[in-house]
Design a protein around this ligand. Structure first.
Ligand code: NAP
Length: 283
């Protein structure tokens, strides 16, 4: 019996998930298809109910459904509950469990593609939305020693800092003013952009949360934004002499984690990265 996997979102637009997930399924000889299903909010409940079918393995969930899906599954794992969002749903004998793989996906991308181990390091994270929540959780798991959350709306930064505080892990919160940033950015080992600044087609596509003057040449910058590959934020850090990595690796590793939950097999990571490289060559 051919099994089924897929991704839902609305609007779904162009998504790379079917490209690298199908490549992984085919490589391991798993008899399953991975499909993109644009799903408006009014169809979400019926769609999730249909995922209890024995042919359905797992589904990836993207905007705007990451919160709404939490009340439609039977169980939400600890990481997803803390972050407040589910981006994968796995079907086991008709029982649906929600997971968040953006957090471990970010950590694997940081370690394996950017070559950065956050243990004992200091970080500044720009943004306090969904991606930022997952990244703060990932950095907490990775043992970062100090983190400051910098966001346009400072109350959201404070809320995120409070939600994810745990024991000695106490994130700071600040706004995006140059004066405020000058207290933390020059001393950070890691800078992460998880705002929509720099995102192609967005209202702030030409903006960066920080300029080169504040950035240390010893810092590494990771941009969760993956289109375009070279963002204004990464350009500023390069101008300061720092190292940079774009968000495509986080996108693929959240899918690697989802694939492993869905199939119980180690994902063929190189095959998945190669599939994306082939699909995006020249773009
Ligand atoms: P979100 O929940 O809507 O949060 C948006 C964030 O951007 C908020 O912190 C918001 O600040 C900030 N922001 C938006 N416009 C701004 C502006 N003009 N100036 C300053 N700050 C601004 O979005 P999200 O889901 O977290 O996504 C954020 C980015 O991460 C997107 O570009 C998305 O594509 C990317 N992302 C990548 C991956 C990956 O796998 N690589 C995964 C998820 C998301 P306020 O709080 O002040 O509004």
């Amino acid at each position: 019996m051919t099994k089924s996997m897929g991704i839902i979102g609305y609007p779904l637009g162009h998504t790379l998930s079917p490209v690298f997930q199908q490549a992984a399924l085919d490589h391991l000889g798993i008899d399953a298809t991975f499909t993109a299903w644009p799903t408006p909010p009014e169809d979400l409940e019926d769609t999730i109910a249909s995922w209890r079918d024995e042919r359905f393995l797992a589904g990836c969930v993207t905007l705007p459904h990451k919160q709404a899906v939490m009340s439609l599954v039977d169980d939400v794992d600890e990481t997803a509950r803390l972050i407040g969002a589910v981006n994968w749903v796995v079907n086991r004998n008709g029982k649906l469990t929600g997971y968040n793989t953006d957090s471990p996906g970010f950590l694997r991308a940081l370690r394996h593609k950017a070559g950065f181990d956050p243990a004992g390091k200091t970080a500044v994270l720009f943004g306090a939305g969904g991606a930022a929540r997952a990244i703060v959780h990932g950095l907490r798991t990775g043992g970062v020693s100090k983190i400051t959350i910098a966001n346009r709306t400072i109350s959201r930064a404070r809320q995120l800092a409070s939600d994810l505080s745990d024991g000695k892990f106490r994130p700071g919160a600040t706004g995006l003013d140059r004066d405020e940033l000058s207290n933390v950015v020059p001393y950070a080992d890691l800078l992460v952009n998880a705002t929509s600044m720099g995102m192609a087609g967005g209202e702030a596509d030409s903006q960066s949360p920080v300029t080169a003057e504040l950035v240390s040449a010893d810092s590494l910058a990771y941009d969760a934004v993956y289109a375009p590959p070279m963002t204004p934020f990464l350009k500023e850090v390069e101008r300061a002499g720092g190292s940079t990595a774009g968000g495509q690796s986080m996108l693929i590793y959240q899918g690697v984690e989802g694939f492993e939950l869905a199939t119980g097999s180690d994902a063929p990571v190189d095959v998945m990265f190669q599939a994306v490289a082939d699909a995006t060559r020249g773009s």
